[in-house]
Design a protein around this ligand. Structure first.
Ligand code: PLP
Length: 391
């Protein structure tokens, strides 16, 4: 404090600490009227939300309110709240699956919680114990059991979110926050029965060295919508994001490329986690599965030995590998899609890089990884404790 208030003869006030987020204080208020279930063919990603949500708010003096699971509904917020003006918003995306034993499961939720802490700290939002949040998420998932669609490749998508609610236009960190979790049933992300087409764009960048592209901050996404609309107008599904010639990501998915080696082994490359890509849970899982392939596990459908490497990949290299006949597959990964094969890359919407054609929707490596990942996610196969039951 100013003016030497230390040791001025006054006893320090016994400070009461702001309350921590505490899952044991969870209050559950169930909805009296349940929503009708949407038909399976209407489950576009994020279109329908379940009956309940979890909410806890943070005040700088009193701390986190007792978390509450209550009927899904709107918030009332001050128009100058930090989130509306300065984008103090961040989120996570995870899926819950019903296993053969009837238990709901989350896939590597600890990784989502770690990433949420990093995002939160990057925009200086109030802290909380993410282990407590995870306990609450598991409870919400159990309460929303009737929302798990009973169909292959359908899951419950879970969206933990924090927004800064400091009610002031002062340009400063938000010392008020609202933490909430919503969820909803979701079908396969891309319903197209063909491979993805990507338009490589260098004029607009999604991320840059020292920037925030490596965090799941809401502010990273709005600036991608105009280039995405541009790509769609030219007939491409997603933008392939570059920094100069260097590939970072595709849409909001991580990028992988498969090459044939002279000894008939496979090289699999993915751009390194250098702060310019979002460190995806799916990306990490694919890397680890490929590393374990042939030793601690087998990915059925990949007979070759695989050498996986996190290394920069440039668009010119991709074009060269294609010309040399070494390029076998390009695929993208993320929680929503799991794995999607790429059939076409347009450079700034003009020349296409030739990618090998497969008569099916996925290349063999992408298909094999997709199968392996979904087996682990649904709890049909155990791998390193990745699939975590909600109980
Ligand atoms: C969420 C996200 C991903 C994928 O991350 P997962 O944890 O695998 O879902 C990739 N890129 C961006 C930009 C993302 O927002």
């Amino acid at each position: 404090m100013a003016n030497g208030s230390e040791g001025n003869g006054y006893a320090m006030q016994a400070e009461s600490q702001p309350a921590p987020l505490d899952a044991s204080k969870l209050k559950v208020t169930l909805s009296e009227t349940l929503k009708p279930m949407p038909p399976l063919d209407d489950l576009a990603f994020g279109k329908h939300m379940s009956d309940h949500m979890m909410v806890s708010t943070y005040h700088p003096v009193t701390g986190w309110t007792d978390p509450e699971i209550k009927p899904y509904g709107p918030f009332v917020l001050d128009p100058v709240c930090s989130c509306f003006q300065y984008s103090t918003n961040l989120f996570e995306g995870m899926k819950a699956y019903i296993g053969p034993d009837g238990k709901a499961r989350l896939f590597r939720p600890d990784m989502n919680m770690t990433r949420m802490r990093r995002s939160r700290d990057r925009v200086a939002l109030p802290s909380f114990d993410t282990d407590e949040l995870l306990k609450i998420i598991k409870k919400l998932v159990q309460i929303e059991r009737r929302w798990f669609p009973n169909a292959p490749d359908h899951t419950l998508y879970v969206r933990p979110t924090i927004i800064g609610t400091r009610p002031s236009l002062g340009v400063a960190a938000s010392d008020h926050a609202l933490l909430y979790v919503v969820c909803g049933p979701t079908g396969p992300f891309f319903r197209v029965s063909r491979m993805l087409s990507l338009m490589a764009v260098s004029e607009h960048v999604r991320s840059w060295p020292g920037g925030t592209g490596g965090y799941k901050l809401a502010g990273n996404y709005a600036p991608t919508f105009m280039p995405q609309a541009e790509a769609a107008k030219r007939g491409y599904d997603q933008v392939l994001w570059l920094i100069g010639d260097k590939i970072t990501e595709a849409g909001a998915m991580n990028f992988f490329i498969v090459l044939k080696r002279d000894d008939d082994d496979l090289d699999v490359y993915t751009p390194p986690d250098d702060g310019t890509i979002l460190p995806g849970v799916t990306r990490d899982s694919v890397i680890r599965l490929l590393q374990a392939h042939g030793t601690s596990t087998t990915i059925e459908g990949i007979p070759q030995t695989v050498h996986v490497e996190e290394r920069p990949v440039t668009l010119s290299e991709v074009a060269q590998w294609s010309a040399d006949g070494r390029l076998l597959e390009v695929f993208t990964v993320g929680t929503a899609v799991i794995v999607a094969s790429v059939g076409r890359i347009g450079v700034e919407g003009k020349d296409d890089i030739e990618l090998p054609k497969h008569d099916i929707q996925m290349g063999p490596v992408a298909r094999a990884i997709h199968k392996k990942m979904t087996n682990i996610q649904w709890g049909r196969e155990e791998f390193e404790g990745w699939s975590v039951a909600c109980e």
